[in-house]
Design a protein around this ligand. Sequence first.
Ligand SMILES: NC(=O)c1ccc[n+]([C@@H]2O[C@H](COP(=O)([O-])OP(=O)(O)OC[C@H]3O[C@@H](n4cnc5c(N)ncnc54)[C@H](OP(=O)(O)O)[C@@H]3O)[C@@H](O)[C@H]2O)c1
Length: 290
Amino acid sequence: MRILLTGSKGQLGRCFKDRLPEDWEVIAADSATLDITDAAAVLNMARSFQPDAIVNAAAYTAVDKAESEREKAFTVNGTAVHNLAAAARTVKARFIHISTDYVFNGLGKTPYTEASLPDPAGVYGKSKLAGELLALAAHPDSLILRTAWVFSEYGNNFVKTMLRLAAERSELSVVNDQIGNPTYAGDLAQAVIDMLRSPAVPRGIYHFCGDKPVSWYEFAERIFQTADHNPAFKTPVLRAINTEAYPTPAPRPPYSVLDCSRIRTESGIEPSDWQKALGRVVEQLTEQAV
Ligand SMILES: NC(=O)c1ccc[n+]([C@@H]2O[C@H](COP(=O)([O-])OP(=O)(O)OC[C@H]3O[C@@H](n4cnc5c(N)ncnc54)[C@H](OP(=O)(O)O)[C@@H]3O)[C@@H](O)[C@H]2O)c1
Protein backbone atom coordinates (compact mmCIF):
# COMPACT_ATOMS: atom_id res chain seq x y z
CA MET A 1 0.00 0.00 0.00
CA ARG A 2 1.23 3.51 -0.84
CA ILE A 3 0.56 6.15 1.83
CA LEU A 4 0.98 9.88 1.75
CA LEU A 5 1.34 10.85 5.41
CA THR A 6 1.09 14.52 6.39
CA GLY A 7 2.18 15.95 9.75
CA SER A 8 4.75 13.16 10.06
CA LYS A 9 6.67 14.96 12.84
CA GLY A 10 3.67 15.25 15.18
CA GLN A 11 2.72 12.71 17.86
CA LEU A 12 0.44 10.66 15.63
CA GLY A 13 2.69 11.04 12.59
CA ARG A 14 5.72 9.66 14.43
CA CYS A 15 3.77 6.80 16.01
CA PHE A 16 2.31 5.95 12.59
CA LYS A 17 5.79 5.78 11.04
CA ASP A 18 7.01 3.56 13.91
CA ARG A 19 4.23 1.04 13.19
CA LEU A 20 4.25 1.03 9.38
CA PRO A 21 3.90 -2.44 7.93
CA GLU A 22 7.14 -3.40 6.16
CA ASP A 23 5.60 -3.76 2.73
CA TRP A 24 3.93 -0.32 2.76
CA GLU A 25 5.54 2.53 0.89
CA VAL A 26 5.21 5.92 2.52
CA ILE A 27 5.97 9.54 1.77
CA ALA A 28 6.25 11.05 5.23
CA ALA A 29 5.64 14.76 4.68
CA ASP A 30 6.08 17.38 7.38
CA SER A 31 5.26 21.07 7.41
CA ALA A 32 8.60 21.88 5.70
CA THR A 33 8.15 19.44 2.81
CA LEU A 34 4.39 19.81 2.33
CA ASP A 35 2.39 22.73 3.67
CA ILE A 36 -1.12 21.30 3.56
CA THR A 37 -2.60 24.79 3.21
CA ASP A 38 -0.99 24.96 -0.27
CA ALA A 39 -3.66 23.32 -2.45
CA ALA A 40 -1.46 23.15 -5.57
CA ALA A 41 1.44 21.54 -3.69
CA VAL A 42 -0.92 18.98 -2.14
CA LEU A 43 -2.40 18.07 -5.51
CA ASN A 44 1.03 17.89 -7.17
CA MET A 45 2.35 15.52 -4.54
CA ALA A 46 -0.76 13.34 -4.74
CA ARG A 47 -0.52 13.25 -8.55
CA SER A 48 3.16 12.37 -8.63
CA PHE A 49 3.08 9.75 -5.82
CA GLN A 50 -0.34 8.23 -6.65
CA PRO A 51 -1.03 7.01 -3.09
CA ASP A 52 -3.68 4.46 -2.17
CA ALA A 53 -4.45 6.60 0.86
CA ILE A 54 -3.70 10.04 2.26
CA VAL A 55 -3.44 9.96 6.06
CA ASN A 56 -3.71 13.43 7.58
CA ALA A 57 -1.87 13.60 10.90
CA ALA A 58 -1.28 17.35 10.48
CA ALA A 59 -3.34 19.86 12.40
CA TYR A 60 -3.30 23.14 14.26
CA THR A 61 -3.49 21.74 17.81
CA ALA A 62 -2.85 24.78 20.02
CA VAL A 63 -6.28 24.88 21.70
CA ASP A 64 -5.78 28.13 23.65
CA LYS A 65 -3.76 29.96 21.00
CA ALA A 66 -6.52 29.22 18.47
CA GLU A 67 -8.74 31.75 20.29
CA SER A 68 -6.45 34.55 19.05
CA GLU A 69 -5.34 32.81 15.80
CA ARG A 70 -8.77 31.98 14.44
CA GLU A 71 -7.84 32.38 10.79
CA LYS A 72 -4.77 30.16 11.06
CA ALA A 73 -6.71 27.46 12.94
CA PHE A 74 -9.46 27.43 10.30
CA THR A 75 -6.95 27.44 7.42
CA VAL A 76 -5.03 24.41 8.73
CA ASN A 77 -7.94 22.49 10.29
CA GLY A 78 -10.54 23.43 7.68
CA THR A 79 -9.38 24.67 4.26
CA ALA A 80 -6.27 22.46 4.20
CA VAL A 81 -8.34 19.38 5.06
CA HIS A 82 -10.49 20.19 2.03
CA ASN A 83 -7.30 20.41 -0.07
CA LEU A 84 -6.23 16.94 1.05
CA ALA A 85 -9.63 15.30 0.68
CA ALA A 86 -10.12 16.81 -2.79
CA ALA A 87 -6.64 15.70 -3.89
CA ALA A 88 -7.33 12.19 -2.56
CA ARG A 89 -10.56 12.03 -4.50
CA THR A 90 -8.84 13.27 -7.68
CA VAL A 91 -6.23 10.49 -7.55
CA LYS A 92 -8.78 7.89 -6.33
CA ALA A 93 -7.11 7.46 -2.95
CA ARG A 94 -8.78 6.96 0.41
CA PHE A 95 -8.69 9.90 2.81
CA ILE A 96 -8.16 9.32 6.54
CA HIS A 97 -8.50 12.29 8.83
CA ILE A 98 -8.38 12.82 12.61
CA SER A 99 -10.79 14.94 14.60
CA THR A 100 -11.47 15.62 18.24
CA ASP A 101 -13.77 15.23 21.24
CA TYR A 102 -13.72 19.07 21.41
CA VAL A 103 -16.36 19.17 18.65
CA PHE A 104 -18.80 18.53 21.55
CA ASN A 105 -19.79 21.15 24.11
CA GLY A 106 -19.35 18.64 26.93
CA LEU A 107 -22.57 19.53 28.68
CA GLY A 108 -23.88 15.96 28.25
CA LYS A 109 -23.82 13.35 30.98
CA THR A 110 -23.44 10.21 28.85
CA PRO A 111 -20.73 9.28 26.30
CA TYR A 112 -21.04 10.98 22.91
CA THR A 113 -21.70 8.71 19.93
CA GLU A 114 -21.09 9.45 16.26
CA ALA A 115 -24.78 10.40 16.04
CA SER A 116 -24.51 13.03 18.81
CA LEU A 117 -24.83 16.61 17.67
CA PRO A 118 -21.52 18.52 17.65
CA ASP A 119 -21.57 21.97 19.23
CA PRO A 120 -17.97 23.09 19.81
CA ALA A 121 -17.38 25.80 22.39
CA GLY A 122 -13.95 27.04 21.30
CA VAL A 123 -12.24 28.06 18.05
CA TYR A 124 -10.13 24.88 17.89
CA GLY A 125 -13.23 22.66 18.13
CA LYS A 126 -15.09 24.79 15.60
CA SER A 127 -12.17 24.61 13.16
CA LYS A 128 -11.95 20.82 13.57
CA LEU A 129 -15.69 20.48 12.97
CA ALA A 130 -15.26 22.57 9.80
CA GLY A 131 -12.54 20.10 8.75
CA GLU A 132 -14.88 17.13 9.22
CA LEU A 133 -17.59 18.73 7.11
CA LEU A 134 -15.16 19.88 4.39
CA ALA A 135 -13.53 16.42 4.21
CA LEU A 136 -16.88 14.73 3.73
CA ALA A 137 -18.00 17.36 1.20
CA ALA A 138 -14.84 16.98 -0.91
CA HIS A 139 -14.58 13.19 -0.58
CA PRO A 140 -17.75 11.52 0.75
CA ASP A 141 -15.85 8.26 1.37
CA SER A 142 -13.49 9.97 3.83
CA LEU A 143 -12.81 8.17 7.10
CA ILE A 144 -12.71 10.44 10.14
CA LEU A 145 -11.52 9.20 13.51
CA ARG A 146 -12.43 11.42 16.44
CA THR A 147 -10.02 11.01 19.31
CA ALA A 148 -9.19 12.71 22.63
CA TRP A 149 -6.45 13.70 25.11
CA VAL A 150 -3.61 12.29 22.97
CA PHE A 151 -0.28 11.46 24.61
CA SER A 152 2.88 9.68 23.52
CA GLU A 153 6.62 9.57 23.94
CA TYR A 154 6.81 12.34 21.29
CA GLY A 155 5.95 16.02 21.03
CA ASN A 156 4.03 18.05 23.57
CA ASN A 157 1.35 16.46 25.70
CA PHE A 158 -0.09 16.34 29.20
CA VAL A 159 2.13 13.44 30.36
CA LYS A 160 5.29 15.32 29.41
CA THR A 161 4.00 18.54 30.98
CA MET A 162 3.20 16.78 34.29
CA LEU A 163 6.63 15.09 34.42
CA ARG A 164 8.36 18.39 33.68
CA LEU A 165 6.35 20.26 36.33
CA ALA A 166 7.01 17.49 38.86
CA ALA A 167 10.74 18.07 38.38
CA GLU A 168 10.29 21.82 38.99
CA ARG A 169 7.72 21.96 41.81
CA SER A 170 6.84 20.11 44.99
CA GLU A 171 3.12 20.86 44.70
CA LEU A 172 0.77 20.88 41.70
CA SER A 173 -2.88 21.84 41.22
CA VAL A 174 -4.80 20.04 38.48
CA VAL A 175 -8.38 20.42 37.25
CA ASN A 176 -10.73 17.72 38.52
CA ASP A 177 -14.02 18.67 36.84
CA GLN A 178 -13.20 18.02 33.19
CA ILE A 179 -13.62 14.40 32.17
CA GLY A 180 -12.27 12.76 29.02
CA ASN A 181 -10.48 9.74 27.58
CA PRO A 182 -6.68 9.75 27.45
CA THR A 183 -5.53 8.07 24.23
CA TYR A 184 -2.11 6.70 23.36
CA ALA A 185 -1.06 8.01 19.91
CA GLY A 186 0.50 4.62 19.13
CA ASP A 187 -2.86 2.90 19.59
CA LEU A 188 -4.51 5.55 17.41
CA ALA A 189 -1.87 4.99 14.72
CA GLN A 190 -2.48 1.24 14.92
CA ALA A 191 -6.24 1.79 14.59
CA VAL A 192 -5.63 3.80 11.40
CA ILE A 193 -3.42 1.01 10.02
CA ASP A 194 -5.99 -1.66 10.94
CA MET A 195 -8.77 0.29 9.26
CA LEU A 196 -6.67 0.79 6.13
CA ARG A 197 -6.10 -2.95 6.04
CA SER A 198 -9.75 -3.89 6.36
CA PRO A 199 -11.17 -5.18 3.08
CA ALA A 200 -14.49 -3.35 3.44
CA VAL A 201 -13.34 0.25 3.43
CA PRO A 202 -14.80 2.02 6.47
CA ARG A 203 -16.14 5.50 5.73
CA GLY A 204 -17.71 8.27 7.76
CA ILE A 205 -17.09 9.18 11.38
CA TYR A 206 -15.81 6.79 14.06
CA HIS A 207 -14.82 7.46 17.66
CA PHE A 208 -11.52 6.01 18.88
CA CYS A 209 -10.02 6.88 22.27
CA GLY A 210 -8.87 5.46 25.60
CA ASP A 211 -10.98 2.91 27.45
CA LYS A 212 -11.36 4.55 30.85
CA PRO A 213 -12.51 8.16 31.23
CA VAL A 214 -10.84 10.23 33.95
CA SER A 215 -10.44 13.84 35.00
CA TRP A 216 -7.17 15.67 34.32
CA TYR A 217 -6.47 15.35 38.08
CA GLU A 218 -6.96 11.57 37.96
CA PHE A 219 -4.82 11.39 34.82
CA ALA A 220 -2.04 13.27 36.64
CA GLU A 221 -2.43 10.97 39.66
CA ARG A 222 -2.00 7.93 37.40
CA ILE A 223 1.07 9.49 35.73
CA PHE A 224 2.75 10.07 39.10
CA GLN A 225 1.83 6.62 40.44
CA THR A 226 3.45 5.16 37.34
CA ALA A 227 6.53 7.40 37.54
CA ASP A 228 6.95 6.62 41.25
CA HIS A 229 8.37 3.20 40.30
CA ASN A 230 11.51 5.08 39.35
CA PRO A 231 13.46 5.75 42.61
CA ALA A 232 14.90 8.98 41.16
CA PHE A 233 11.41 10.45 40.62
CA LYS A 234 10.08 12.90 43.21
CA THR A 235 6.27 12.76 43.38
CA PRO A 236 4.76 16.20 44.02
CA VAL A 237 1.76 16.85 46.24
CA LEU A 238 -1.25 16.91 43.95
CA ARG A 239 -4.24 19.16 44.60
CA ALA A 240 -7.61 18.91 42.86
CA ILE A 241 -9.04 22.24 41.68
CA ASN A 242 -12.05 23.17 39.56
CA THR A 243 -12.10 24.87 36.17
CA GLU A 244 -12.91 28.26 37.71
CA ALA A 245 -9.61 28.18 39.57
CA TYR A 246 -7.68 27.54 36.34
CA PRO A 247 -9.10 29.88 33.67
CA THR A 248 -7.86 29.31 30.11
CA PRO A 249 -8.41 31.38 26.93
CA ALA A 250 -10.38 28.51 25.33
CA PRO A 251 -13.41 27.04 27.08
CA ARG A 252 -13.04 23.28 27.70
CA PRO A 253 -15.89 20.73 27.53
CA PRO A 254 -16.57 19.52 31.09
CA TYR A 255 -17.50 16.01 29.87
CA SER A 256 -16.19 14.98 26.45
CA VAL A 257 -16.29 11.21 26.87
CA LEU A 258 -16.54 9.38 23.53
CA ASP A 259 -18.48 6.17 22.98
CA CYS A 260 -16.29 3.82 20.91
CA SER A 261 -18.86 1.05 20.29
CA ARG A 262 -19.12 1.68 16.55
CA ILE A 263 -15.46 1.02 15.77
CA ARG A 264 -15.47 -2.01 18.05
CA THR A 265 -18.60 -3.53 16.53
CA GLU A 266 -17.91 -2.76 12.89
CA SER A 267 -14.12 -3.09 12.72
CA GLY A 268 -13.24 -5.19 15.79
CA ILE A 269 -10.92 -2.43 17.07
CA GLU A 270 -10.73 -2.17 20.86
CA PRO A 271 -10.29 1.22 22.58
CA SER A 272 -6.80 2.31 23.59
CA ASP A 273 -5.62 0.60 26.80
CA TRP A 274 -4.09 3.91 27.82
CA GLN A 275 -2.97 2.88 31.30
CA LYS A 276 -0.87 0.07 29.86
CA ALA A 277 0.63 2.43 27.27
CA LEU A 278 1.20 5.07 29.96
CA GLY A 279 3.47 2.65 31.82
CA ARG A 280 5.75 2.31 28.81
CA VAL A 281 5.68 6.01 27.92
CA VAL A 282 6.41 7.18 31.48
CA GLU A 283 9.19 4.63 31.86
CA GLN A 284 10.80 5.87 28.65
CA LEU A 285 10.42 9.55 29.57
CA THR A 286 11.65 9.21 33.15
CA GLU A 287 14.65 7.11 32.05
CA GLN A 288 15.58 9.86 29.60
CA ALA A 289 15.24 12.45 32.36
CA VAL A 290 17.54 10.76 34.94
N1 LIG B 1 -3.16 16.25 20.91
C1 LIG B 1 -4.38 15.98 21.40
O1 LIG B 1 -4.60 15.93 22.62
C2 LIG B 1 -5.52 15.71 20.45
C3 LIG B 1 -6.81 15.48 20.98
C4 LIG B 1 -7.86 15.23 20.10
C5 LIG B 1 -7.61 15.18 18.73
N2 LIG B 1 -6.38 15.42 18.27
C6 LIG B 1 -6.15 15.39 16.81
O2 LIG B 1 -5.26 14.32 16.53
C7 LIG B 1 -4.46 14.64 15.38
C8 LIG B 1 -3.00 14.42 15.70
O3 LIG B 1 -2.64 15.27 16.78
P1 LIG B 1 -1.15 15.31 17.35
O4 LIG B 1 -1.25 15.45 18.82
O5 LIG B 1 -0.33 14.22 16.75
O6 LIG B 1 -0.68 16.72 16.76
P2 LIG B 1 0.74 17.43 16.89
O7 LIG B 1 1.68 16.59 17.65
O8 LIG B 1 0.48 18.83 17.30
O9 LIG B 1 1.24 17.42 15.37
C9 LIG B 1 0.60 18.17 14.39
C10 LIG B 1 1.55 18.28 13.23
O10 LIG B 1 0.90 19.03 12.20
C11 LIG B 1 1.88 19.78 11.55
N3 LIG B 1 1.31 20.92 10.84
C12 LIG B 1 0.72 22.02 11.36
N4 LIG B 1 0.38 22.86 10.37
C13 LIG B 1 0.76 22.28 9.21
C14 LIG B 1 0.70 22.67 7.85
N5 LIG B 1 0.17 23.85 7.47
N6 LIG B 1 1.20 21.82 6.91
C15 LIG B 1 1.74 20.65 7.27
N7 LIG B 1 1.84 20.22 8.54
C16 LIG B 1 1.36 21.04 9.50
C17 LIG B 1 2.80 20.25 12.67
O11 LIG B 1 4.05 20.56 12.13
P3 LIG B 1 4.87 21.84 12.73
O12 LIG B 1 5.07 21.53 14.18
O13 LIG B 1 6.11 21.85 11.92
O14 LIG B 1 3.98 23.03 12.51
C18 LIG B 1 2.85 19.01 13.56
O15 LIG B 1 3.96 18.19 13.25
C19 LIG B 1 -4.85 16.07 15.01
O16 LIG B 1 -5.81 16.05 13.99
C20 LIG B 1 -5.48 16.63 16.27
O17 LIG B 1 -6.40 17.66 16.00
C21 LIG B 1 -5.31 15.67 19.09
